[in-house]
Design a protein around this ligand. Structure first.
Ligand SMILES: Cc1ncc(COP(=O)(O)O)c(C=O)c1O
Length: 444
């Protein structure tokens, strides 16, 4: 579509032809661009200076709110002091400091931290760690992954194989790592249940069925998002994650939690693993690790897994043939350390826990609207489903555009919006956001 220039962009003299935008209808966007020009606190501002409430913390990246000076200054200082360190065979002090800080937040024992640059890289790294671990133990035949329908584990080939969001897999079918999928945990009888549903734990028996079907000795890991986020916030039923843990333990299967959305307070504790009281073997994280200010991700690994891989290599040999040019980039480490200071000093995880009831009550107050077919939520994360209009996703896309115009940014997925405001949001700002959402939904 050569030569598309949208109205706003045209006014700003912006040529929009060359940037091929990710996960976006480029043709739709460029006809009517929805740009952000500035951000501060819980607001984005469009190029005309109009405030838009950030109802999804960016892309679940920014719980401490936008424009945090402490983070910007830490990054600036770092870049002036040491802008880059080769990440292989060299490092810098902040990478170790940050790994130590993160290991204090993760569940006990999950104290070996591998740095990456995104959630997708974290997922692929976690898969490789699982494979390397089994191989080091002499069980190299464990190459199969078990994930779940409606899962989103990023867009690299490993994560796409795990993904259960069909559109993310369809185009790339051949050559993906082997993955089989358990059922998702959305059940019609659990519609409009706030928090964890009482029923549905038996869905975890799907993992036992995979064991029976493929043999435990072929399965490397079971990978799940504790709360499936990108598919519209599917909260695990009570007992479900516990049962996955049991089955994994029985059969030597690693349990991987993809905490890319859940991590850093979204569920009211540092990680969903702690909120739900289930400790995985490997955990991925990204997004809020730098409050969105720098690209970064990480994988936390139980020490036993790390030690098994490392000790199986010859002395002085590279133990794990994996890593990225920008692993533990100094600016990202500086941003993350400043971010963790903010989370700690402002007690933001506790704040998320305290605000959760008000946030969820307000979100669930939308349930009387005819277009709303289900609402789910936990912590500071909620999903609102809409009745489809014509083709799937059409209404969701229309609603996210109308919300932007009305003054709220949210992430839409299919006919669902995912609401996940910054933890620094005030009660009256939650009310205002809900009023705007209601006014848009009421017209459907
Ligand atoms: C659970 C989960 N895993 C992985 C990813 C991929 O992260 P990224 O977009 O940083 O690659 C996401 C992104 O939303 C996610 O929600």
């Amino acid at each position: 579509m050569d030569g598309i220039r949208g109205t706003d962009a045209g006014q700003a003299g912006l040529n929009m032809d060359n940037h091929w935008m990710p996960f976006t209808s480029n043709r739709d966007f460029k006809q009517d661009p929805k740009l952000f020009a500035r951000a501060e606190g819980i607001h984005f501002y469009d190029p005309q200076g109009r405030a838009i409430i950030d109802g999804s913390s960016g892309l679940f990246t920014t719980p401490a709110g936008h424009g945090r000076r402490e983070i910007a200054e830490a990054v600036y200082k770092q870049l002036m002091e040491l802008d880059y360190t080769p990440s292989f065979t060299r490092s810098h002090a902040k990478s170790f400091e940050l790994a130590e800080r993160i290991a204090k937040l993760t569940p006990p024992g999950m104290n070996r931290i591998f740095f990456v640059n995104s959630g997708s890289e974290a997922v692929d790294t976690a898969m490789k760690i699982a494979l390397a671990y089994h191989r080091a133990k002499g069980e190299g035949q464990r190459t199969l992954f078990v994930s779940r329908e409606r899962a989103y584990h990023g867009v690299n080939f490993g994560g796409v194989a795990l993904s259960g969001m069909v559109r993310n897999r369809q185009t790339f079918g051949f050559g993906l790592p082997a993955a089989v999928h358990m059922r998702h945990t959305w059940l019609p009888e659990n519609k409009f249940v706030k928090g964890q549903a009482e029923t549905g734990a038996e869905l975890a028996e799907d993992l036992a069925r995979m064991v029976a079907l493929y043999g435990a000795e072929t399965i490397a890991a079971c990978v799940v998002e504790p709360i499936a986020g990108s598919t519209g916030v599917l909260v695990p039923p009570k007992g479900y994650l516990e049962r996955l843990r049991q089955i994994c333990d029985q059969h030597g299967i690693l349990l991987v939690f993809d905490e890319v959305i859940c991590g850093f307070g979204r569920t009211g504790r540092a990680y969903a693993a702690q909120s739900f009281g289930v400790v995985p073997d490997i955990m991925t994280m990204a997004k809020a690790i730098t409050n969105g200010a720098q690209p970064m991700g990480a994988v936390a690994v139980k020490q036993e897994i790390h030690d098994t891989i490392v000790n199986s290599a010859a002395e002085e040999a590279v133990e794990f043939f994996h890593g990225y040019t920008w692993s533990a980039h100094p600016a990202a480490c500086a941003a993350s350390l400043a971010t963790l200071d903010i989370y700690e000093n402002e007690k933001l995880f506790e704040r998320a826990q305290q605000m959760s009831a008000y946030f969820l009550d307000t979100l669930f107050s939308l349930s009387d609207l005819p277009v709303v077919t289900d609402i789910r939520g936990y912590g500071m994360l909620g999903g609102v489903d809409f009745a489809p209009m014509g083709s799937p996703g059409k209404r969701g896309n229309l609603i996210q555009k109308q919300l932007y115009d009305a003054g709220v940014h949210v992430k839409a997925t299919g006919d669902t919006i995912i609401v996940a405001p910054p933890f620094v949001i005030q009660g009256e700002e939650i009310d205002r956001m809900a009023e705007i959402v209601r006014s848009v939904l009421a017209k459907h």
